[in-house]
Design a protein around this ligand. Structure first.
Ligand SMILES: Cc1cc2nc3c(=O)[nH]c(=O)nc-3n(C[C@H](O)[C@H](O)[C@H](O)COP(=O)(O)OP(=O)(O)OC[C@H]3O[C@@H](n4cnc5c(N)ncnc54)[C@H](O)[C@@H]3O)c2cc1C
Length: 487
């Protein structure tokens, strides 16, 4: 153990199942008995790590928050019990309202929630809870209407025009929010329009839900109950406005400027920026930030990108593969262009007391580059293994720098190519085909419990790797994934 009580590892013996590979290079390390104190992490934001305790606290908070409307309704004074189906239908409505409101907190953009789970898990959670909230909301009118068809009058404009419009709108809004989230691309909706629509529909659903509950008033009869419901749901809704408007607005005082733009292999561009004044954003390698390239931070075009530069560098770099309207503009960016950053986010970050095993594909190499560049700058003695999948050798972004870095670090890079190179280069390890369990087993170190595993790339590669590593005996708490495709 070091002075900080942290476990230290003996780097002399890091056995690999495939130590006899013809191309395998072993790099002597000057300091191989104990990890250096991590310089990067010393002045970086608090480290992120999944933990049952922190995760449990947040899940409990989520559950309590989603039960707030029901709880307010059930606090004394309560009206007389009617019958099971009436109360069941009303309960479903209250739970749906609470779940929708809690989604605003667990949407992945709050720096204090995301690190407990990782962005990837938060996005999955947000999506699945959205479907559950949708089902609860559906149960609400269906149960009440089946129990008492007279409730159809709630949708009758002749009885109450505003109420009918609002409730019909909510039904379409909920269908719209679920359908566009599941099938955005099939609908031909750009990400920016989807994001705007998603926020607007979500806010409208909760707002109308609160107004509807207050108007019905059966369980919210005393005024304080109405105020309490409005205040708690309003606080949740404010989180969306804070993320979309207030935070970017506050960010306007911290602009960056483009310093350099570099073309990379495979239609990729590296953008290097520096703060106009003050220090650059501190980040842990493996994290990402939201980028806006515009004169104002209040733009719809805000996109997440992993840092690709070393955390030790004076400037910050991102590398994008051209995939649509935003990334297509990168090649024309000129030095001096204003850029805004929001972040850092993410827990795709190695701990200082673990070796690093990374499985990446295509542009998923960017967080790995940041991790390796930082390790290089930090003269980090840990062992790193990079399995890097690409379609062919010409498409391998950063291949030259990876050769350089592997001579400076205790790093082994294995290129997994669908098409093998015509003229293999001496000293470069390649495998033909795609990443699968057999290939992972070949490169999995025997002491894999001393490694952290990072997966980033196309969905297929990530799905296969997550399952295969688990089946090969890797503890799931050591497996971290970063998915670039959110919806
Ligand atoms: C955590 C994270 C880190 C990422 N790091 C990188 C990186 O280092 N390099 C890289 O090339 N790409 C990265 N991406 C993906 C990158 O954000 C998208 O490729 C980019 O936003 C595409 O925008 P576009 O308008 O050029 O393409 P589009 O054709 O509009 O979008 C292509 C796909 O990118 C996603 N996307 C588009 N806009 C956004 C947005 N505003 N927010 C979130 N997702 C969006 C959607 O899934 C969409 O289908 C990352 C994504 C995430 C979530």
């Amino acid at each position: 153990m070091d002075e900080g009580g942290r476990k230290t590892l003996n780097l002399l013996h890091v056995p690999m199942k495939d130590q006899n590979s013809a191309h395998h290079k072993h790099h002597e390390n000057p300091n191989n008995t104990q990890f250096k104190k991590d310089k990067v992490l010393a002045d970086a934001p608090e480290r992120s790590r999944y933990s049952f305790r922190r995760g449990g606290v947040w899940i409990l908070f989520f559950l309590l928050l989603s039960l707030v409307p029901l709880g307010i309704g059930l606090v004394s004074p309560t009206p007389d019990y009617r019958n099971f189906w009436m109360e069941f239908g009303v309960t479903a409505g209250f739970v749906a309202l609470g779940l929708f409101a809690a989604q605003f907190i667990f949407s992945g953009r709050l720096a204090w929630v995301a690190p407990s789970f990782g962005m990837d898990n938060i996005v999955h959670f947000h999506r699945e809870i959205g479907i559950i909230a949708f089902l609860f909301l559906l149960v609400h009118p269906v149960t009440l209407l089946l129990h008492n068809p007279a409730f159809i009058s709630y949708f009758d404009p002749g009885v109450n025009l505003m109420r009918a419009i609002a409730l019909v709108f909510v039904n379409f809004a909920i269908l719209g929010i679920v359908a566009t989230s599941l099938w955005r691309i099939k609908f031909g909706l750009s990400y920016e329009k989807w994001r705007l629509l998603h926020g607007f529909l979500a806010l409208s659903i909760v707002f109308i839900g609160v107004v509807h509950s207050v108007q019905v008033a059966h369980y919210l009869d005393p005024l304080w109950k109405k105020i309490l419901l409005g205040a708690t749901m309003g606080a949740c809704m404010y989180q969306v406005l804070h993320t979309r408007l207030v935070r970017p607005w506050l960010n306007r005082k911290h602009p960056y400027r483009v310093v350099e733009l570099k073309e990379e292999h495979d239609d990729c561009y590296s953008l290097t920026i520096a703060p106009v004044k003050g220090p650059k954003m501190k980040f842990i390698p493996g994290q990402f930030a939201w980028i806006t390239i515009c004169d104002t931070p209040l733009s719809l075009q805000q996109h997440p990108f992993s840092f690709s530069s070393s955390a030790q560098a004076d400037t910050i770099s991102f590398t994008a593969k051209v995939s649509g309207d935003f990334t297509a503009t990168w090649k024309d960016l000129k030095p001096g262009r204003k850029v805004f950053l929001e972040g850092p986010f993410g827990s795709f970050t190695p701990e200082p007391d673990s070796h690093v095993f990374m499985v990446v594909g295509g542009i998923g190499v960017t967080p790995a580059m940041s991790i390796l560049r930082t390790m290089r700058d930090d003269k980090d003695p840990r062992q790193a293994i990079l399995l890097y999948a690409s379609s062919d050798w010409d498409d391998v972004t950063f291949k030259e720098e990876l050769v350089e870095i592997s001579q400076q670090l205790n790093l082994r890079v294995i290129h997994i190519l669908e098409e093998p190179p015509k003229n293999p280069t001496e000293g470069i390890e390649t495998e033909e085909g795609r990443i699968d369990q057999e290939m992972l087993a070949k490169y999995l170190p025997e002491n894999h419990d001393q490694f952290m595993f990072f997966i980033c790339g196309p969905s297929g590669l990530m799905d296969v790797t997550e399952v295969a590593l688990h089946q090969l005996g890797v503890d799931w708490r050591r497996i971290y994934s970063e998915r670039f495709k959110i919806v």
